[in-house]
Design a protein around this ligand. Sequence first.
Ligand SMILES: *Cc1c(COP(=O)(O)O)cnc(C)c1O
Length: 377
Amino acid sequence: MASTLRRTWAEIDLDSLARNYRKLKAHIGEDVKFMGIVKADAYGHGSVQVSRCLQEEGADYLAVSSIDEAMELRKNGIEMPILILGHTPRDQTEKLIENNITQAVTCEAKAINYSNEAVRIGKTLKIHIKVDTGMSRLGYLCEGDFFEEGVRHIVEDCQMPGLDAEGIFTHFAVADEEGEEDLEYTRHQFKLFMDVIEAVESQWGKKFRLRHCANTGATARFPKTHLDMVRPGLLLYGYGDYARELDLEPVMSLKTAVQTIKHYPAGTDVSYGRRFTTARTTRMGVVGVGYADGLPRLCSNKCAFAAGSGFAPQRGSICMDMCMIDLTDLPEVSVGDEVEIFGAKAGVETLAAAAGTISYELLCALSKRVPRVYKNF
Ligand SMILES: *Cc1c(COP(=O)(O)O)cnc(C)c1O
């Protein structure tokens, strides 16, 4: 890559992505379809590049959070079916239909709006019904006393003119948590989802062509929940324990380079706020990554980056464009050398834990100024 870009960059290996996809296909089996979650710029990996790769590999569906994200894919030649998981204003209905984009319908009010618009222009909008089974976010509420009413609304909405209810889905709240109570919660959500489908289909007299609920945790752990299609995000990109268990590879490596190295005596204060003081003669490197790149300032003094033959502890407050790393025990590292902030050697989960957050947030927070460098494919 051009040397001017060698400050901080994200290497994205689309061959790893393709291998992850194939392994997941083998894991779910022939009969289950695959929806790739590419919202939030494909978790920072670049939604157009990731979608092209998935399209080439034969994936069945993509999901995004908004019509803007969907249109970016359409404008870049992605022809696969795309589901919008979030809200689309009613005046965009025609655009959805024209671009063959599927819309999640999460309540009666939206069904009415989309139906009215579709009828007005004399066309049909493909929709997936979203059921709230315990996430308490979007979806028809169907829990407990709300069951009959929820089912009735869904049946009515599936029959509205101008709407083609291709699919039905729900979202798990704790499918990636290990506790017995969490398992029970997921079991309950799944049972409720199946009960809703059964009741709706029997009253409607038709069947949904795509029933889906399996996010990362459920795709990895609960084959029963795969139904007609799985819907993993994080797992596809190769992060987390479940990815390791399934032998998947992290697709992104965030890298930077050593800009300078200096030697300080013991007792030297480092960076803003003097939040680190050297305890010994220290060989300190400056690397060109800071919070403006998406490295949380909360990680200051709490993380380490892969450099040379080991890990260099990060020292002092992380600045906007730079931070310092201790190279005293890594004498082989010199100016210009590559340092991995996260990737194959340094797990993004470890860095996320240092910031008190989850890998998802760090991946999505990777800022625009970090060039994405695509390998292979
Ligand atoms: C983001 C999202 C997913 C993917 O979640 P992961 O935990 O990354 O697998 C699946 N379904 C819905 C509705 C989502 O919003």
